[in-house]
Design a protein around this ligand. Sequence first.
Ligand code: FAD
Length: 422
Amino acid sequence: MERPYDVTVIGGGPGGLAAALKADEAGAHVLLIEREARLGGILKQCIHDGFGLIRYGERLSGPEYVERFTDSFRQRTIACLLQTFVTAIDQRKDGFLLTVVNAHGVMEYRTKTIVLATGCRERTARQVAIHGTRPAGIFTAGTAQHLVNLSGQMPTKRCVILGSGDIGLIMARRLTLEGAEVAGVYEVKPEPSGLRRNIAQCLEDYDIPLHLSQTVTRVFGDSRLEAVEVARVDSSMRPVPGTEKIIGCDALILSVGLIPENEIAETLKVPMDRGTKGPVCNSDFMTCVPGVFSCGNALHVSDLVDYVSESGELAGAAAACYRPEADCKEDVPLLPDGSLQYIVPQKINVHDGKETVLYFRSRETVTDGTFVIEVDGKELFVKHYRNLRPPEMERIKVDFSGSGLREDARITVRIRQKEGAR
Ligand SMILES: Cc1cc2nc3c(=O)[nH]c(=O)nc-3n(C[C@H](O)[C@H](O)[C@H](O)COP(=O)(O)OP(=O)(O)OC[C@H]3O[C@@H](n4cnc5c(N)ncnc54)[C@H](O)[C@@H]3O)c2cc1C
């Protein structure tokens, strides 16, 4: 058996590539495992621009953005297994034993640490309750994106899009540019789920109607979709009888949410956060299983890839420096109140001598809100936001080192709303 790796990264998207590069830069012996034939993750199919604005100050396409990482990855000759699946991970005294399978057969690799960078997957038709038949023509937005951008096939001539998530908005524009008619985007919530810039650039610029507080209630068609029924919903998101309308279309494109992909984490019994559906981790992006790190969309769904790369770099660098004697018991939980959907990382190490990167989402739209972190009742960090919206993830850096953090400290996090503002 080969000498053990210091860091094994599972997933070769932007998160995993950033983690592998940083771990290699820190002098670690690194292996990256990817199940697909090419590195780059989901960005291979995201041919529109807008990637890298924060990191590079440039508007890159997905493939252009990720090429910057794959180029460095190849130059550094980091060990990489493509078209390879991890079938089992056993925890050992000195690390982990990975069993993988690929065209060469079944192999085993030893590693001191693991970085989980497995990305996320889309919610499918089976996860949203729509009545009717199950004809062909119901796609997730990502599948439609794959068909149009990578396979050169048009999945529709006239479609309805359910959900106003970013991928659905991007596909509304893409399908319109390719000659399809998008009859409308239907969103069950009273507010769009996607970024404001995507509402403007993908719908408003192309006169594609967005119908809020409306949903698809039924599909029609035998072998192929022929129409969908849409209806208004009440404040509890229940369809309002009498408001139904039938729309003729040959495809229903679903953009109804992304779920972090964490099957491997679950086999390792990594505790999960119900808010993010990703692992609970500390300020080194280490999960509660020592030696197992998490980053990118596997950790929590980011709306910008720039932050996926950042979390990958932080996790990769920390994995490279990991010492088994590091004790997770010295992690103090952050206690968000109901004003936040979530905050990541969820724990701070008492010995953290550096600024900690934190990502959070508000639960509701807030105007004139103040984000506050208190340690034992004393304000440590305060930031004012003119607007906070659940679809727009926020990123901050907080220095906990001056707060004299102890293991029994109580760190509370909340968004204080200005009186009368909403
Ligand atoms: C369909 C879709 C379209 C998107 N479009 C956009 C967009 O247009 N703009 C935008 O900003 N963001 C978009 N996103 C968000 C995008 O996912 C992130 O910006 C970014 O790609 C996440 O990087 P990642 O490395 O965490 O995950 P991914 O890019 O998803 O990479 C994860 C990688 O892990 C591999 N993997 C997973 N499980 C295993 C395993 N068990 N073994 C080996 N390898 C494994 C996968 O094959 C994949 O290559 C999209 C997401 C999805 C799902």
